[in-house]
Design a protein around this ligand. Structure first.
Ligand code: SF4
Ligand code: SF4
Length: 408
């Protein structure tokens, strides 16, 4: 983190932020649900502590020095606190508004600027995929100093999934047009998931349009770059509103909330792809081949706290005969991925991930399922580092692989 020591400038919209902050009655009921508080046992690493910190910063009572700001940087944005808050405090808005103010005070490093730029991220991911960087980047990483974030970035280069080998679908008359959000990083590292979603949707007779615009703006917004997030949202909104679709589907739970609440395309419903499939009247007509395996299900924070529809994931997977599904224990809720958090805060991110992977190992599953690309990358890298053969995949990919209504 860049060292700073200053007071936040007074902003014209401090009163609304002050109103959001004042909704917190400091009851502390959110504390046991906060992953960073669980790890540190320190009030400053809790939601209540961070809200108090935000209040002190905007009032000028607390100086914005590196020590104070690190507690805000450490927040995963998992929103477990917001979900359990009886006073309905809008913690997400407080966090983003406070980080946006800090952004003006603390120019982001080159790495931070890159991590919040969806175009740059997408291009880098495509280049890494094309050059099969996961084979040589970890060796290159050793050239950077041990604590350098660039070293971390090179070390966590995820493997690009192979395309799924799927049987041809029988011709079906098209009955509706749906848009599928590709996302930025997900368009490369979750391409098998997108392929699976398209396949299952086409099996139900939907025409699928994949968006050319990449991003919902979530990475930029959560970093406090509200202008960058708004630009990404504007581009995506325009693309979606001219797509001719009635609904836009997300495969990554991390993209869903920002697409729904910030992009807000006019005339299009935003839905989770799995929930949309399960709600389709023709869904029961699909048949799936049996799979005698045990899958551990990791539910991302964004799936639980933002998207919902958790029951529909289980309903969908229950269609695969003989497949046994076990949820990972809820605590710690977060695996530590949290967008680009796992690159910027590897200490906390890896501690949370290691706990999650230990819980996974205790279940002795044959595969690990998750509905968010960030979790898939972070957990997958942890498994790779520990030389575990366990595969992390999206439930959509598993369903597509086992669809039986197709030509052999
Ligand atoms: S955020 Fe909500 S649960 Fe947490 S201390 Fe404030 S009022 Fe209580
Ligand atoms: S968003 Fe998550 S990490 Fe941040 S304060 Fe709330 S519970 Fe803790």
């Amino acid at each position: 983190m860049t060292g700073v020591s200053a007071h936040l400038p007074v902003c014209p919209d401090n009163p609304p932020l002050r109103g959001l902050i004042d909704a917190c009655v400091m009851c502390g009921l959110c504390l046991p649900h906060c992953p960073t508080y669980r790890l540190a046992g320190n009030e400053a690493e809790s939601p209540r502590g961070r809200i108090a910190l935000a209040a002190g910063l905007i009032d000028g009572a607390i100086e914005a020095d590196s020590a104070a700001l690190s507690h805000l940087d450490h927040c995963l944005g998992c929103l477990s606190c917001q979900t359990v808050c009886p006073s309905q405090v809008r913690y997400d808005d407080i966090l983003v508004a406070t980080r946006a103010r800090l952004d003006a005070l603390r120019p982001p490093s080159r790495l931070r600027r890159a991590l919040r730029d969806p175009r740059l991220l997408t291009r880098a991911a495509r280049l890494a995929a094309w050059t099969q960087a996961s084979r040589w980047l970890p060796k290159l990483a050793t050239l950077f100093p041990a604590r350098s974030p660039w070293r971390r970035l090179a070390q966590v280069e995820p493997a690009v999934p192979d395309p799924l080998r799927l049987r041809a679908l029988p011709a079906t008359p098209k009955r509706s047009r749906v848009a599928l959000l590709r996302g930025c990083v997900a368009s490369v590292y979750d391409r098998d998931t997108l392929q699976a979603a398209r396949y299952l949707l086409e099996a139900l007779g939907h025409e699928v349009v994949e968006t050319s615009s990449e991003c919902c703006g979530a990475l930029a917004r959560h970093a406090g770059d509200v202008a960058g997030a708004a630009r990404a949202a504007d581009e995506t909104r325009t693309t979606l509103e001219t797509s001719g679709a009635e609904v836009v589907l997300t495969c990554a739970s991390g993209c869903h909330g920002d697409l729904r609440d910030q992009v807000r395309p006019q005339g299009l419903r935003v839905a989770d792809a799995l929930a949309f499939l399960v709600e389709d009247a023709r869904w029961p007509t699909l048949r799936f081949r049996a799979l005698e395996k045990c899958a551990a299900l990791h539910l991302p924070c964004t799936q639980v706290n933002v998207v919902g529809d958790v029951g529909k994931i289980r309903d969908a997977l229950a269609r695969i005969p003989a497949l046994s599904i076990t949820d990972l224990p809820q605590q710690p809720r977060c695996c530590g991925a949290a967008g680009t958090y796992f690159i910027e805060n590897p200490g906390i991110a890896d501690a949370l991930r290691d706990e999650k992977l230990a819980q996974t190992a205790a279940l002795e599953p044959d595969l690990l399922l998750t509905t968010n690309i960030g979790c898939r990358i972070h957990l997958g890298n942890g498994l790779r580092e520990s030389k575990s053969p366990l595969e992390v995949t999206h439930p959509l990919a598993l369903l597509a692989r086992h669809l039986d209504n197709a030509s052999p």
